[in-house]
Design a protein around this ligand. Structure first.
Ligand code: GLA
Length: 393
């Protein structure tokens, strides 16, 4: 139990409270969130757990079970923290954003244990931010949307990754047994029931190319440049969300080719999200699969955020019996693919994709079953926290 790990670390018998925030897999709608478009993630039962109890030295202590590292600071000075460029910037950044938003950061000790694989594109950072935010807030009330926004601000302003709202939003708002359609402009989420004759599996390529970080920022800049071009043609355009396929076709021939391709990805991807949700509504699982493959091709060629390993996993997956569709998920340049399968096709898929990937790259991929889980919350005493075996060193 995480509470036992807490006692081991902090040597106190005090009853620690435990908070959980899930990671996610995005079914479709990639690189659309910061363009104020649509996304359709599913929260996972992989999650970050934080045990917390008051400390008596005026300081906030954070300890990571994975890293075996800690950091501490004066609780009253939480608003003045600066980044030190490691994992602890996530909890520290959240503390700073909460303090600056006039929430009270009390002296306390936090023990962090995450089951979301880091760097896998399954949103380990949002799970860390949201679970730490809940722990740091304790009994203070916060609007769920404010919670998601402050966690995103911690990642953008403190850690320095200019991400969209998808990961933090779904970690807060997810509903069990459903995907979540998020309108990233109105910031509304709508649960989407998925057909029950499917399985969703994520395949972790186990690679993370360094290029990803700089490319993400570059894509946000390229999208901003595209918006400028569209605005000349139609002053009502304030984000790529406002661009229709008709406007795209009219304006893009006069734009630099690369910028036009970036825009084409975002505009068509927003359409694919809507088509995917409609297909899910009529249980057209073949169409859902096709749209995922179209999304991947667009990310690969127009948005250029895929990589050799992800392309191989997608190409291999769609040749396996029972697979309806596959695509890269998350920011790209490594991490996971998400695969839509006929129910019951999972074990064959697992074996084949593992063998093929090993053959080609000499790497064993990690396969994650994706069962839509609920959003972040405090765990009741009776609820299960991660396996003690996973927590013992
Ligand atoms: C990362 C970001 C998200 C989103 C995806 C791409 O996961 O954190 O906000 O932009 O990339 O869809």
């Amino acid at each position: 139990m995480i509470r036992e790990a807490f006692r081991r670390q902090y040597g106190t018998d005090q009853n620690a409270r435990v908070f959980r925030a899930p990671g996610r897999v995005n079914l479709i709608g990639e690189h659309t969130d910061y363009n104020l478009g649509f996304v359709l993630p599913v929260a996972l039962d992989l999650a970050c757990y934080v045990a917390a109890a008051p400390s008596h030295d005026g300081r906030v202590h954070v300890y990571s079970e994975q890293k075996h590292e800690s950091r501490d600071w004066l609780a009253a000075a939480s608003g003045d923290l600066s980044p030190v460029h490691n994992w602890s910037d996530y909890p520290a950044g959240v503390a700073r954003e909460l303090a600056r938003a006039a929430y009270c950061i009390d002296p306390q000790s936090l023990l962090i244990h995450s089951t979301v694989p880091e760097g896998s594109g399954l949103s380990s950072s949002a799970a860390l931010e949201v679970s730490c935010a809940l722990a740091l807030l304790g009994d203070q009330k916060i609007q769920p949307l404010r919670l998601a926004e402050l966690c995103r601000a911690a990642e953008g302003r403190f850690v320095g990754t200019p991400c969209g709202i998808m990961d933090q939003f779904v970690s807060v708002f997810a509903r069990e047994h459903s995907a979540l359609l998020i309108d990233c402009r109105s910031l509304e989420g709508q649960p989407v029931t998925l057909p029950d004759n499917i399985e969703i599996l994520a395949v972790n390529s186990m690679v993370k190319h360094a290029l990803g970080q700089s490319a993400y920022k570059q894509r946000t800049e390229e999208c901003a440049a595209a918006v400028e071009s569209f605005r000349h043609a139609d002053p009502a355009v304030s984000s790529l969300r406002d661009v229709t396929v008709a406007l795209l076709e009219k304006v893009s021939p006069s734009m630099p080719h690369m910028i036009a391709r970036r825009a084409r990805h975002v505009v068509t991807e927003n359409e694919r999200v809507t088509l995917f949700v409609n297909a899910a509504g009529r249980c057209d699982i073949e169409r859902m699969g096709e749209l995922m493959v179209e999304s991947h091709v667009s990310l690969q060629h127009d948005y250029e955020v895929s990589c050799e390993e992800l392309d191989f996993l997608v190409d291999t997956a769609i040749g396996i019996d029972g697979v309806l569709g596959a695509r890269m998920t998350g920011g790209g340049f490594g991490g996971c693919t998400v695969n839509l399968l006929h129910k019951g096709a999972g074990s064959r898929f697992r074996n084949e994709i593992t063998a093929e990937y090993r053959d080609r790259f000499n790497i064993t991929p990690q396969i994650v079953e994706c069962h839509p889980a609920g959003g972040a919350a405090e765990l009741k005493n009776s609820e299960r926290s991660p396996d003690p075996a996973a927590l013992s060193r």
